[in-house]
Design a protein around this ligand. Structure first.
Ligand SMILES: CCCC/C=C\CC(=O)SCCNC(=O)CCNC(=O)[C@H](O)C(C)(C)COP(=O)(O)OP(=O)(O)OC[C@H]1O[C@@H](n2cnc3c(N)ncnc32)[C@H](O)[C@@H]1OP(=O)(O)O
Length: 476
């Protein structure tokens, strides 16, 4: 099976699965790998071991699920339960995640969970993956990944869900979101977390090519923060943690502000039911990217206390901020207090939409707006000609795209009611022009689905104008 996984680039995800089934037919000693994997997943021995040092307030969570700490439903459930317990334990302020296995931190999602399972089981599994990320990324503890082995795909997600990453300095270990090499597309929240870690261009390359980085290369692009000799990974994590815990209030404001961009504050402290898709969709669409103005979303929050981070507080402020900050050259907070019809919501919404449309065109994100006059704010300003760049054309297409693609795990138009396997690239099996419509004039393999998904996600969230992106307005 190891070879099967390594050959995944050649065969794609469906190839991996078909090889798995072939492999299972010719498995060792007449025991299919599926069977042995299932046995492994059903094991009653704990897959997670947690030691909390009450004197330091630091817990070490050790993943101990041989052979590769793959993230099965059982594993994820146990992981989340442990995380939740620590979260609720006020004496615990820091969490270090590491592996007891030699050579592997985590092999990512358990491939067998994605093969031959019922839609219900797939749903349960996928929800557990999201829960893992939400709990980890949204944790109030300082979190450090002590990566003492390879960490592909979901293992990488787990690592970048932490505040800091220390990896064993061993060029044979690799880390990265390699989903594309398996023929599947990393969900946009995987992508967002990667972008936050390594930046846009590195994330784009990484996802389009499904790159796995050796430890030194991972350090080079900032995917990990530090390399240390293998036998010092845990001790370095412990030393580093003490520095994190020495930062005043590190578990509150500063910690939050950086994460909000991806997660949105409304997720803190939510209980289970609030993580339902509709809740997530509604809030995330409204909040997430509106806060993505680097270095500018902090002023008014300085000094807030926790109670000020209530959703209504955020919604109110975020709307004001986003409208204010979306206008190039006018990114001051003074607008929040302005009156007069020029600053009426419709005026703002109109301008913001025009601007975001203009600036969202890949490869044309220049800032020619500075100093230009009214008429230059038209879309033709982007240099495009022809009716394809008309406002209604863009608004229609981009809104549809954004609505569609902003849905975690449902990143395609016809997904309503679809099952797990349709979330993969095999989705290209869909018929109709729905997957080609936006690229007027483009041809060629560069416009494959994965290419699209990554670009469009960037494009779409730009248009997350509060209150406008509702499906009811633009039903296909
Ligand atoms: C629509 C969905 C979007 C999101 C999707 C996905 C995110 C994911 O996480 S997908 C999972 C991607 N994971 C990988 O590509 C990792 C593949 N594994 C490896 O590269 C190597 O196994 C690894 C480097 C982790 C370890 O290498 P080795 O130490 O050499 O071990 P082996 O390769 O011999 O593996 C031992 C044993 O474990 C099985 N295995 C490995 N990975 C997985 C996995 N992800 N799920 C289930 N099982 C896995 C492997 O087949 C071997 O099994 P046996 O042959 O039965 O011994």
């Amino acid at each position: 099976m190891a070879n099967v996984l390594r050959n995944s680039a050649k065969f794609g995800f469906s190839g991996v699965l078909s090889q798995l089934s072939i492999h299972s037919r010719h498995g060792r000693e007449c025991v299919s790998p599926c069977f042995s994997l299932q046995q492994r997943n059903n094991s009653t021995s704990p897959k997670i071991k947690v030691d909390l040092d009450s004197s330091t307030g630091v817990a070490v969570l050790r993943m101990q699920s041989p052979p590769v700490n793959s993230l099965s439903l059982d594993f994820l459930t146990e992981f989340c339960i442990n995380l939740e317990k620590l979260e609720m334990d006020r004496s615990c302020r820091g969490l270090i995640i590491t592996s007891t296995l030699s050579k592997v931190f985590s092999a990512g999602l358990d491939i067998m969970e994605m093969y031959g399972k019922s839609p219900e089981r797939c749903g349960e599994f996928w929800k557990a993956v999201q829960e893992m990320w939400l709990k980890l990324y949204g944790s109030n503890m300082a979190t450090i990944a002590a990566i003492n082995g390879s960490s592909p795909a979901g293992g990488c997600l787990m690592s970048i869900g932490c505040d800091y990453r220390i990896m064993a300095d061993n060029p044979r270990y690799s880390i990265g979101l390699n989903e594309t090499q398996l023929g599947i597309v990393a969900p946009f929240w995987f992508k967002d977390t990667l972008v936050n870690t390594v930046g846009n261009r590195a994330a784009e390359l990484s996802l389009e090519l499904g790159l796995l980085y050796s430890a030194p290369d991972a350090l080079k692009i900032g995917l990990v923060d530090q390399l240390v000799p293998e036998d010092q990974v845990l001790s370095t994590a412990q030393d580093t943690m003490s520095k994190w815990l020495a930062v005043p209030g590190q578990n509150t404001l500063s910690h939050w502000l950086y994460r909000v961009r991806t997660l949105s504050l409304s997720h803190t402290g939510c209980t289970g039911s609030e993580h339902s898709p509709s809740h997530w969709l509604y809030r995330v669409r409204t909040l997430s990217l509106t806060l993505a103005v680097p270095g500018q979303n902090t002023l008014s929050h300085t000094g807030c206390t926790r109670s000020e981070h209530s959703p209504s507080h955020w919604l109110y402020r975020v709307r004001t901020l986003s409208l204010t900050l979306a206008v190039p050259g006018q990114n001051t907070l003074s607008h929040t207090g302005c009156t007069g019809s020029e600053y009426s919501p419709s005026h703002w919404l109109y301008r913001v939409r025009i601007l975001s449309l203009t600036l969202a065109v890949p490869g044309q994100n220049t800032l020619p707006h500075t100093g230009c006059t009214g008429s230059e704010h038209s879309l033709s300003h982007t240099g495009c000609t022809g009716s394809e760049h008309s406002l209604s054309h863009w608004l229609y297409r981009v809104r549809i795209l954004s609505l569609t693609l902003a849905v975690p795990g449902q990143n395609t138009l016809p997904h309503t009611g679809c099952t797990g396997s349709e979330h993969s690239l095999s989705h290209t099996g869909c018929t109709g022009s729905e997957h080609t419509l936006p690229h007027t004039g483009c041809t060629g393999s560069e416009y494959s689905l994965s290419h699209w998904l990554y670009r469009v996600r960037t494009l779409s969230l730009t248009l997350a104008v509060p209150g406008q992106n509702t499906l009811s307005q633009y039903t296909l």
